[in-house]
Design a protein around this ligand. Structure first.
Ligand SMILES: Cc1cc2nc3c(=O)[nH]c(=O)nc-3n(C[C@H](O)[C@H](O)[C@H](O)COP(=O)(O)OP(=O)(O)OC[C@H]3O[C@@H](n4cnc5c(N)ncnc54)[C@H](O)[C@@H]3O)c2cc1C
Length: 501
């Protein structure tokens, strides 16, 4: 039986990043994944030869010296990840359906500020101040510079004010408030519940640039797998820990897997949902306060997804640029992100060109905000064996989304073919994601997330629910934990060398 330095639980982007970082720092690593294959949300699925993205459609952070570029450089995979930028400002468009207002988001701070001012000339000062504050938060966030990585980020004032409070102070116009809150849907917390600091940290990269990646999440998984083979990293799929045993001085000595195998390791880091971590930890070693804290975390919203393709559509050169079109029935984002809201949900329509059986093809994915409450009655059902009522729900919701797509793209009436759909229950079961939430737990203002050392001293937590969600936030959590595990000074040296080489 092999003894490892580290076990990493969960092989999404967080787990893959941490496993590789530790391997590159000379650790022997066992990467455990519950599913048949590694990748988590990065995994693409194929239907009729068409590649569809599950949980990775676009990202910010690809600009020069951007955090994502830097992380990929350190990991030695930047040459295998090819960003495909949205270049046209109408490529990132938002429509407020009730007022029929159409707003484009150009990229770059100068450009977005000028555009917002052209839409709302009476709000010039507020717009300037919002972006100044946002940039200030990011300058003060040490983790956004890999060379300054540390586990603890000193709190800043903006960690304790909500996005809503800032917008209400600076901006009069409710449409503008809605526009500046739009990226809340990229981290899953209402403007009234999120800190302005977290909003700024996620939005910063998206204001700078937005890109898809050629071959989507597959490109990441391929690149990681190649790198894993160069280090002492073993991967075990369809495996998870069922018991932490041989606990002395609050240190776990032995990890029992569902396969019956027993593994020894110095440390184990969980990159999975905090509630799933709680399920594995031995309760008698946990305080009530710890259990209550983790149990109280709330899931973010999820998505109802419709996957389609445009058959035989006449393609123009514009089609080669990816596009994001967001349809929001109202400017009140708090309302849209409330599970009790019963009107049309926010819908994000993503289009991109991809290779299907060797030919370029326009692939369309539509993500409509959804909540576990929408499917509560089928909560106990499993994928592949859902009751008829659920299938009716899926069909009805799919038809409604199709109608909304054709409303904004009437030219696709004859070419749009819906290939598949997924509810939050589908995401829950395929991704082993409690509640089917898109971004793990809501990281609410003033909340103390599950991150770093756990009550058992050789167990750690990282992942999308630890620092910030999305692939950048998830990777960042692993970079920060990597420093603690690999040793502070040598790790920073390692990062500097990799960035400078
Ligand atoms: C529909 C959807 C669209 C999204 N779109 C975007 C986007 O466009 N851009 C973006 O940046 N982010 C997006 N996100 C969010 C992004 O995908 C996540 O924030 C990020 O990928 C999370 O990475 P992770 O490694 O922390 O978790 P995950 O990718 O969820 O990985 C966790 C892994 O752990 C495994 N696992 C769970 N429990 C266990 C266990 N007990 N033992 C072993 N393995 C276990 C799971 O099977 C999974 O493989 C989206 C998410 C969804 C759902």
């Amino acid at each position: 039986m092999k003894k490892y330095d580290d076990i990493v639980v969960g092989s999404g982007i967080s787990g893959m990043t941490l496993a590789l970082l530790l391997g590159m720092n000379g650790h022997s690593v066992l990467l455990l994944e519950k599913n048949r294959n590694i990748g988590g949300c990065m995994t693409r699925f194929y239907k009729q030869g068409i590649p569809f993205d599950t949980g990775f459609h676009f990202t910010g952070g690809f600009y020069k010296n951007g955090i994502l570029n830097d992380m990929l450089t350190v990991l030695g995979i930047s040459d295998q990840i090819q960003p495909v930028f949205i270049t046209r400002e109408e490529g990132n468009r938002l429509i407020f359906e009730q007022e029929n207002g159409v707003y484009d988001f150009p990229f770059g701070f100068k450009e977005i500020i000028a555009k917002m001012k052209s839409y709302f000339p009476g709000e010039q000062n507020g717009i300037d101040r919002y972006f100044e504050m946002l940039l200030d938060v990011c300058n003060k966030t040490v983790a956004m510079d890999l060379r300054k990585l540390s586990l603890s980020q000193d709190s800043i004032d903006e960690d304790y004010i909500s996005l809503d409070q800032v917008l209400n102070k600076l901006i009069q116009n409710s449409t503008l408030k809605g526009l500046l809150s739009k990226y809340s849907m990229c981290y899953g917390v209402k403007p009234s519940e999120t800190s302005f600091a977290n909003h700024s940290r996620v939005s910063f990269g998206l204001y700078e640039s937005v890109a898809r990646v050629k071959d989507g999440g597959d490109a990441f998984i391929r690149a990681f797998k190649k790198r894993f083979s160069e280090y002492d990293i073993d991967i075990r799929c369809q495996s998870h820990i069922i018991e932490c045993s041989d606990i002395t001085n609050n240190i776990v000595g032995r990890f029992v897997l569902n396969t019956g195998e027993e593994v020894f390791a110095d440390r184990c880091t969980f990159t999975i949902h905090p509630k799933a971590v709680l399920d594995v930890l031995p309760k008698k070693h946990l305080s009530k306060a710890f259990i209550d804290r983790v149990s109280a975390f709330e899931p973010t919203h999820g998505f109802f997804a419709v996957f389609g393709v445009l058959e035989n559509s006449r393609q123009s050169s514009d089609d080669y640029d990816p596009t994001i079109l967001s349809l929001l029935p109202t400017t009140d984002i708090n309302k849209l992100m409330d599970p009790c809201y019963t009107g049309d949900s926010a819908l994000v329509i993503l289009k991109n060109m991809d290779a299907v059986n060797g030919k370029d093809c326009l692939v369309l994915t539509a993500l409509e905000l959804s909540f576990p409450e929408h499917v509560r009655q089928w909560h106990d059902s499993k994928s592949g064996a859902r009751p008829e009522g659920y299938l009716d729900y899926k069909e009805e919701r799919t038809e409604g989304i199709k109608r909304r797509i054709l409303n904004v793209y009437p030219e696709y009436r004859d070419s749009l073919k819906i290939v598949d759909s997924a509810s939050v229950l589908t995401f829950r079961d395929y991704l082993n994601a409690p509640f089917g939430s898109a971004y793990g737990i809501k990281q609410k203002i003033g909340q103390f997330n599950l991150f770093g050392k756990l009550p058992l001293r050789n167990l750690y937590a990282a992942g999308q629910s630890a620092v910030l969600p999305g692939i950048v936030g998830a990777m960042l959590s692993s970079f920060i934990i990597g420093r603690v595990i690999a040793g502070r000074e040598s790790y920073l040296d390692f990062i500097k060398k990799r960035l400078d080489s």
